[in-house]
Design a protein. Sequence first.
Length: 140
Amino acid sequence: MLLDQVLPRWHHRERHSVAGTVPLAAAREVTLAEVPLVRLLFRLRGVPARPTVLECVLSLGFHVAAESDDELVLAHSPAWGRLAMNLYAEPGRLSTETRVLLGSRRARLAFLPYWAVVRPFSGLIRRLWLRAALRRARLG
């Protein structure tokens, strides 16, 4: 996996997946109109509206760190650490994994309350994104 090359070590990790054959393109093309709750969560976070979920994530400071036919890895490196997430399409499954590597003990301690609040919503966004990609793939 390309994610292992971009961020092989981490302090926090979260994975989600859906069963079904879903091309990576379906996940890349999911629009905010397909996932209204995701649009609302991004709006509450102050993210300007973009056409796709992927474009919203990129507007948060992520960039494409690696890409292949079946995997897209996005990364972000704020001063306190590194974040990476992927979308990975394999036969019968589409998944996403998020990894966080923190730069110091102080950053690790400061990150815990933030992650406790943000993690459920971040996970919800990724689960809804995967489900929308599955619907998109089934509709052809």
